[in-house]
Design a protein around this ligand. Structure first.
Ligand SMILES: C[S@@+](CC[C@H](N)C(=O)[O-])C[C@H]1O[C@@H](n2cnc3c(N)ncnc32)[C@H](O)[C@@H]1O
Length: 227
């Protein structure tokens, strides 16, 4: 898909100052990242982990602190993002896939944990539902799918207020307004956030039974679903 092809280029460019930009452009970014690992059931010790849309590795790094011996598979459309991961995770059991989610082979019954930090809102609704089903099939019994995202659709009546608050946050960090203009351009071109209530339905349809939202600030949400 044309839009998807551009995601790789967009994030190649974004990778240059990614973490600093995310902290100052995404409200509660650090809370969303640190949620990965905070809310797993006691005794949960995944051996195989898949990180979808790993970016420069912030979610993976969070998991490594708790699960240094697990085998990780990192997927991202952006070559540059994966290169940053390769450089920083040399001492760990990692494999990499430079692919789009729709091309990635989700093998059946493989992983104990599948994560996606702020990456699934790039998928169209139909693709997201297919990805949820593939994730469910790719998890082992009692495996966990954990993801964070902006979970409000652009047609939700609360969306204008969200944009206003979000813009105030970005402009407080970048007062000249240029960054907010860039964020809105990126948002219009690449982002397709969906209401969390609809996503709960899709997760149910995919076969997940136990679903919880351990952290949220407005529509910035971290969600966990157990197979
Ligand atoms: C906003 S970043 C999130 C990175 C990291 N997980 C984090 O929490 O900071 C989204 C990442 O997902 C990747 N991505 C977006 N859509 C994708 C798709 N359809 N297939 C593969 N990677 C995708 C982008 O290249 C980018 O690196």
């Amino acid at each position: 898909m044309k839009n998807d092809k551009n995601i790789a280029l967009e994030f190649n460019e974004f990778s240059k100052n990614y973490t600093n930009d995310m902290i100052r452009c995404v409200p509660r970014y650090l809370d969303l990242v640190s949620s990965f690992g905070k809310y797993f059931p006691a005794g949960f010790k995944p051996e195989k982990i898949l990180d979808l849309g790993c970016g420069n590795g912030n979610t993976t790094a969070q998991l490594l602190a708790q699960f240094p011996d697990a085998a990780y598979t990192l997927v991202d459309a952006s070559k540059e993002m994966l290169e940053i991961c390769r450089n920083q995770f040399q001492d760990f059991d990692m494999s990499y896939s430079n692919s789009y989610f729709e091309e990635f082979q989700f093998e059946h019954n493989q992983y104990d944990l599948i994560t996606a930090g702020l990456s699934l809102h790039h998928c169209r609704n139909k693709e997201r539902q297919i990805v949820f089903s593939k994730i469910h099939s790719s998890l082992r019994e009692s495996g966990i799918f954990a993801y964070s995202d902006l979970m409000i659709s652009k047609t939700n009546p609360d969306h204008p207020a969200l944009l206003q608050e979000w813009g105030a946050y970005v402009n407080s960090n970048f007062p000249d307004g240029e960054k907010w203009a860039w964020v809105m351009d990126h948002y219009a071109t690449f982002d397709n956030p969906t209401d969390y209530k609809l996503q709960l339905k899709w997760l149910n349809n995919a076969g997940f039974s136990s679903i919880e939202i351990p952290f949220r600030d407005g529509y910035w949400i971290y969600l966990q679903a157990e197979k």
